[in-house]
Design a protein around this ligand. Sequence first.
Ligand SMILES: O=C(O)CCC(=O)C(=O)O
Length: 338
Amino acid sequence: MDGEHPGTPPAFTTQWQEWLAESLLSGVAHDEIVTVMRQRGFTPEVARQLIATQEGATAFRVAHRLLGEHRKLRSLTDALSDQWSQSPQAKAVPVMDPPDPETFFEHFYFANRPVVVRGLVDRWPALHKWSPDYFVQEFGDAVIEISADRQGDPRFEENFLAHRREVTVREFVAHIMADEGNDRYVVARNQMLQRPVFRRLLDDIRHLPGFLAPVALGHAKLWFGPAGTVTPLHHDDSNILFVQIRGSKLVRLVEPHNLPCLYGDRSGRSPVDLGGVDLTRFPAMRDVPVTEATVRGGEALLLPLGWWHWVASLETSISLSFVGAFDLSGHSTSWRYA
Ligand SMILES: O=C(O)CCC(=O)C(=O)O
C-alpha cells in the first residue's frame, strides 16, 4: 500500500481491498478508515465511495453475517470456559472409586468431564501378566513397528510415516530398558495389537459391562514405551477410555471451550507444550486452566470428546485406549469438524 506519489490517486489494489474489508469486518470506524486512506493519497470522497461499494457487495454482506455468528459462538465459548475455570474439577480430575456406570455416564461422559476410574479393570489378567519381560518371553522374535527418532523432530506426530521403524520386541525392550526418553515408543498408530501374532494378548482383557461395548475390546490400541515419552497436545473426535495397565502417566488436559486459545491446526494438534508453556510464543494460553491427572496401573481415565490432552509417561508404561465404543443404548457421539 506504500509508494504512492503525492497528487496521483493510488490504485485500489487487491491489497487495499483486503485491508478495507478486514478493517470494516473488524469494526474499525469509517472516519478512521478515511483518515488512513487520506494519508495514502485517496480523497475523502473516493475513500467513502470505496467503503460504500465494499459494504454493498454480496460477498461482504455474507462475510459480515457469518462473522456475527462466529463472534457470538466465540463469546459463548469464552463465557463457558470462564465458568469452568471456577469449578473445583478445573484444578484436578476427580476420581471415581468404586466404578459405577450410572454415575460415570450421568456426571462425566454426558457432562463432558474427565474422570479417573479406579477398580474398573481389577479382574483383567493383563494387569498382572503384561510387562516388558513378559512381552520378550512370549513374543521376543516378533517384529513390531515403533515410532522412533522423535526427539530431534518437533513435528514427529505430523511426520509419523517418516518415523516408523521395524524392530523385534526383544530389541525394543532392550532399548527402552537402557534409555528413557521420547525416542522410541509403540503408539496407537503403530497398530501392534492388530498384528495376528499379538491378537492373543486380547484374551487378557475383559468386557466391562456398563462401560465399554463388547466390540471395543477388539479395537484396543496399545501404547508401550519407557519413562519420558510425550504425546503432544491434541484433541480427539470421540470419547476415549484410556486404561493404564502398567507404570504411570501424567495427563494434562484443557477443556474444549478454550479451543480458540490453543493454536491448534485443522487436525486437532496444538504446538503448545503443556510440559512448560511458552507464553511469549503463545500468549493466549495465559489464562487457560490446565487440569491434571496421574493415571496409575489399574486405573482408567475418561478422555472426553474434544478435550485437549498432553501425556507424559513417568515410568516404563503400557496403556490401552478404547475409542468411541461405550456401552450405551444410543450411539457414541463423534465430533465431525473437517
Ligand atoms: O498415552 C499416550 O502417550 C497418549 C494417549 C492418547 O493421547 C490417546 O489415547 O488419545
